[in-house]
Design a protein around this ligand. Structure first.
Ligand SMILES: Cc1cc2nc3c(=O)[nH]c(=O)nc-3n(C[C@H](O)[C@H](O)[C@H](O)COP(=O)(O)OP(=O)(O)OC[C@H]3O[C@@H](n4cnc5c(N)ncnc54)[C@H](O)[C@@H]3O)c2cc1C
Length: 505
């Protein structure tokens, strides 16, 4: 990278918040999933420089500079996502958002909070709890992941069944978009909902986006993985901390029995705060980790919260539904212990040495067959695989299947990547979608959005990011460092070969 760009970046963020150290740059070439060495040859995963801005103004000036110089910018928060969204494909500037970590304002009366995008969910929840408040929903990665990261990716997690997708909880966003080099798009609104904030470079685009904003639309920044700009602030609806929480668990040998049960739970008058299914493979891995023998049972956890009266009514209704289904409740203490584990689905990775996983969002009425087919991958590939499914709405469940691998055995490890493809395909064949795209699942972009929405997103990309500097080479297509995208037929052939090899290696 041109040293003058580095010098100008240093002027913007200050010399303590910029790094070109080889060690640090190597570390910033990774996310939660280890990349096989062979694949790194096709991508320039090591960034040229890392910067840590601490205001929207600094972000705006960085994007201006990058746009003028046509240098890639990769937003990076906690890097807890594993689809390669924070990994550079052609080097460039990694924009580490760790310093945008202030909780700006809390309104107890109107029940909202305004935070910078790099605020970690658990920190936010702890601060709110001191005032008897809490968030509506959060990802299970809450101990490390950030508010902006979840807005930019999946947005479904614990509490989604009751309160909906993160997009339904956002009142306003502050975003910085790069704009064209040397110009600005004056027709776009720039009135701030977050008053008196900026004193930015006149060519940069710091925008406030709320539900009613037509241009830009809030949806353009939900789950679009840093393609259109950087989210710097989020105004979120919150709630009073519930008086009571009750956890119930039910186990069964047949997955379909539990799938039928969860379908009925979504129709309850007191909507559960969370309903999730843990298949017998996951339970076996958990027990193995604790050194206990496996039991071939699948589990459903249902969590209810609210006033003491509401929780009493909901748990009584739940017990009745369970008994009508002829299913076996587990002891409340066991259910509560499972609930305490909710932040650590990846802990089984300690059995690894490596943990890989595939994720898909599927229609709820297909949950039984999807879980059974994923289960059958265990035999097909001689793998230890476990699956967790979160019911996120009346019609949909997010399914995360995890399996053990060993990155030290390079060839074998490569073949294990085919299993991720199989997991996503099982979802797709049952009317589901990929849950995210990043680098590794970018080939499914059309399946995720459909033709019409994808065309609109491509138009938006051209307008908001005309020089294509925002997180390039992923989401819309997986680009190699040579500028050649990975075409779907090549990807499919490669995965078929790996899949075949995976059965025998
Ligand atoms: C144990 C565990 C549990 C998980 N549970 C869930 C879950 O319940 N639900 C779920 O959806 N996911 C889950 N995930 C995946 C991941 O944690 C979430 O997607 C999380 O929200 C990512 O946040 P992050 O701060 O780590 O973002 P990162 O991983 O740093 O970034 C993710 C993507 O968003 C972009 N990005 C990040 N911040 C911004 C920003 N401010 N502006 C623009 N673009 C940005 C990045 O460029 C990247 O493409 C889990 C992961 C783990 C390891």
């Amino acid at each position: 990278m041109d040293p003058t760009i580095i010098a100008r970046l240093s002027e913007i963020v200050g010399e303590n918040d910029i790094s070109t150290s080889p060690l640090e740059r190597t570390l910033y070439g990774h996310d939660a999933a280890p990349i096989p060495g062979l694949l790194t040859r096709f991508f320039k995963t090591t960034p040229d420089v890392i910067v840590r801005p601490e205001s929207a103004d600094e972000v705006a000036r960085i994007l201006c500079l990058a746009s003028d110089s046509k240098v890639p910018v990769i937003p990076r928060a906690a890097a807890s996502w594993s689809l390669g969204g924070v990994i550079p494909v052609k080097g460039g500037i990694v924009l580490d958002l760790i310093k945008l970590n202030r909780i700006r304002e809390v309104s107890r009366d109107e029940l909202w909070v305004e935070v910078e995008a790099g605020v970690v969910w658990q920190d936010l929840m702890e601060q709110l709890l001191e005032q008897g408040l809490t968030v509506l929903s959060y990802p299970t990665s809450a101990p490390s992941s950030t508010v902006g990261g979840w807005v930019s990716t999946g947005g479904y997690g614990i509490g989604s069944l009751k309160y909906g997708h993160i997009g339904q909880q956002i009142e306003a966003l502050e975003v910085v978009t790069p704009g064209a080099s040397g110009s600005r798009t004056d027709e776009l609104p720039r009135r701030s909902l977050f008053t008196g904030l900026y004193n930015h470079d006149p060519r940069s685009e710091i925008r406030s986006v709320s539900k009613g904003t037509a241009n830009p639309k809030m949806e353009w920044f939900l789950g679009t993985e840093g393609q259109f700009g950087v989210i710097t602030r989020v105004k979120l609806r919150i709630r009073k901390h519930p008086d009571r929480t009750a956890v119930r668990g039910v186990c069964a040998t047949r997955l379909q029995d539990l799938a039928d049960l969860v379908g009925e739970l979504t129709g309850m008058r007191e909507v559960p705060y969370c309903v999730k299914v843990l298949d017998s493979g996951l339970m076996a891995l958990r027990r193995k980790l604790r050194g206990v023998d496996a039991e071939d049972k699948n589990l459903v956890l249902a969590v209810f919260d609210g006033s003491a009266k509401e929780v009493r009514a909901a748990t009584a209704a739940f017990d009745q539904i369970v008994s009508q289904h002829g299913l076996e409740p587990i002891a409340e203490s066991l259910a509560e212990a499972e609930w305490e584990e909710r932040y650590y689905p990846m802990r089984i990775g300690r059995l690894g040495p490596t943990l890989l996983g595939g994720e898909t969002i599927v229609p709820l009425d297909q949950l039984g067959p999807v879980l059974s087919e994923i289960r059958s991958l265990q035999e097909k590939y001689h793998l230890e695989i476990g699956t967790e499914a979160h019911v996120v709405s009346k019609g949909w469940a997010v399914v995360l299947a995890l399996y053990l691998a060993d990155e030290r055995k390079a060839l074998r490890y490569m073949t294990r990547l085919a299993v991720i493809r199989d997991i996503v395909h099982i979802g797709l064949t049952h009317g589901g979608k990929p849950y995210g795209l990043g680098l590794w699942d970018a080939v499914y972009v059309r399946r995720r959005f459909g033709r019409k929405d994808l065309q609109e997103l491509k138009r938006v990309k051209k307008r908001l990011d005309p020089n294509g500097i925002m997180n390039p080479g992923k989401f819309f297509r997986a680009d190699t460092r040579f500028g050649i995208p990975i075409p779907m037929p090549l990807y499919a052939t490669l995965m078929n070969i790996l899949s075949l090899a995976c059965r025998f290696l």
